[in-house]
Every structure is written in structure tokens, then in C-alpha cells.
Design a protein around this ligand. Structure first.
Ligand code: GLP
Length: 259
């Protein structure tokens, strides 16, 4: 696992944006896994700037989002489809028909989940998966104790996740307690993974993901078993890492020897 620690969330997001832009620019048919939430917002702004400066085009890019709430009306402001449109898709030259989100419109959840998995396969798998991490260690909506081999399916959200995400919903609004999410096994099949963690409220989850035991109780720790993971953190999110100095030193050596 490569661990990149940068002073601020802006620098960490610039790194993440450049990382994704490089992947898209270096691949003829890029397939990118996308995340929602606050951690990736600045990264999407960086991608939009790259596009506006004509350094990046999404015309050939296929995207697969990690997750979507169950039971929200299609145009609900808090749906992840709406989030993606607002925060990225509407500002760049991506074709909507190339953007996949694990949505279910007819209550046939098994079919929606297996179609989503089939679509990923149809494009040869995800080349680069972007991830945030929940403060309980979840990736996508794979809550603690999710099977490390799980596939796309419906998950019940924990109280912790519901309360963390309640800030996005109005006080009198019904907040969904279920979501469809890519499984951990699905995420692990991505050829490369970029996880971004920002802020001190993420420091414990980040330490568990990088240095904790491999455990379904911290779903993100499954990434220790992946051979091509980069984690980019701001200094606050990195503050609980036992090997903090080592990661800084490793990156210095990496740039000194270009390896
Ligand atoms: C959310 C999403 C995840 C996201 C995580 C962290 O609930 N399902 O995809 O990475 O939790 O969210 P945030 O970046 O807002 O802290």
C-alpha cells in the first residue's frame, strides 16, 4: 500500500485529481469507479478544472459508482445520481449513458445488483476505483462485518452511518436506511484503487484501514490484500498512523530516485 501524506486537504485533493486524470489520459478506454460523500468533493473540482483547461476529456470514460440509496425518488436531491450530476457529470464532457450507478427502479434488487456486476464485466472491469472511508471503516456502504468477498447487494446502514449522513437530509425528511453497494469482493477486483481520507475525524478509520488487523469489522482493511492501492491523506487524517514518519520518508525516497 502506498501512503501519501500531504499537509492540507487541498493538496491531498490535487494529488487525487491528478492521479485520476493521469489514469484517464493514459488509457484508451478508462473505466473509473467513483465515490460520493464529502471527501471526494474537492477531487471532483480538480477534475472539472482539468477539463476546463482542456487537459482532460471524459468522452471515452465509463464510470461505475460505488453505491446508491434505496427508496429515494429518482430526482431526489440526496440521491447519489443527483450528487454525481451536480458535482461532476454536468460540468464535464462525459456521456450520461456511460455513467453507471447501482440503481433499482422496480424493486427487483437481485436483478439490479447482478446487472450492475455484469455491466462492470462488460467493460473489462474497473481500472481505477476511487474510495472514501466512513468513520467506522466502511468503503462504499459495506458496513462493519460485511463479507470480505461480498458482491453488489442491498445493505442495511448502521446507526453510525445514518447519523453521520443525516446532515444531508432535512429534519422532517425520511432518510433511507438501505443502500445498494458494490461488494468488497467487487471493489477488490478493480485493477488499482485510490482512497482519500481528509480530516481528523477520519484518523482512526484511516489507521485501522492501513495498519489495523485485516478484519471484516473494518471493511476498508480488506485493501491490505490488494496489490495496487494508493491512500492519500491530509496531515490530520494521518495523525494516528504509527508509521507516519516512515510513509513521509518513503515518499521522499520515491521522488528522489523516481521509483
Ligand atoms: C458515505 C459513502 C461512502 C463514502 C463514505 C465517507 O456514506 N457511502 O462512499 O466514502 O461514506 O463519506 P464522507 O466522505 O462524506 O465522510
Amino acid at each position: 500500500m502506498r501512503v501519501v501524506i500531504l499537509p492540507t486537504e487541498t493538496e491531498a485533493s490535487n494529488f487525487a485529481g491528478q492521479f485520476i486524470a493521469d489514469y484517464i489520459n493514459n488509457n484508451k478506454n478508462p473505466v473509473v469507479g467513483l465515490a460520493t460523500g464529502s471527501s471526494v468533493l474537492l477531487t471532483y473540482e480538480v477534475l472539472i478544472s482539468h477539463y476546463k483547461e482542456e487537459k482532460l476529456s471524459f468522452k471515452n470514460t465509463i464510470t461505475f459508482n460505488l453505491d446508491e440509496y434505496v427508496g429515494l425518488p429518482i430526482n431526489h436531491v440526496q440521491s447519489y445520481r443527483n450528487y454525481m450530476n451536480q458535482k461532476l457529470f454536468d460540468h464535464v464532457d462525459i456521456y450520461q449513458s456511460n455513467t453507471y450507478i447501482p440503481e433499482c427502479f422496480d424493486d427487483n434488487f437481485d436483478k439490479a445488483c447482478s446487472n450492475f456486476e455484469d455491466d462492470i464485466k462488460k467493460y473489462g472491469g474497473i481500472g481505477l476505483q476511487l474510495l472514501g472511508v466512513g468513520s467506522n471503516g466502511h468503503i462504499g456502504f459495506n458496513e462493519p462485518t460485511s463479507s470480505l468477498q461480498s458482491r453488489t447487494r442491498v445493505k442495511t446502514l448502521t446507526k453510525n452511518t445514518l447519523s453521520k449522513n443525516s446532515r444531508f437530509f432535512e429534519a422532517n425528511e425520511k432518510q433511507p436506511s438501505l443502500a445498494i453497494t458494490m461488494g468488497i469482493g467487487t471493489i477488490m477486483e478493480a485493477k488499482s484503487i485510490l482512497l482519500i481520507g481528509l480530516g481528523k475525524h477520519k484518523s482512526k478509520a484511516v489507521a485501522d484501514v492501513i495498519e489495523g488487523p485485516l478484519s471484516a469489522f473494518c471493511p476498508g482493511s480488506a485493501l491490505q490484500n490488494h496489490k495496487n492501492v494508493t491512500v492519500v491523506l491530509d496531515r490530520l487524517a494521518a495523525k494516528d498512523l504509527k508509521l507516519f514518519d516512515y510513509y513521509i520518508q518513503t515518499e521522499k525516497m520515491k521522488s528522489k530516485y523516481n521509483c
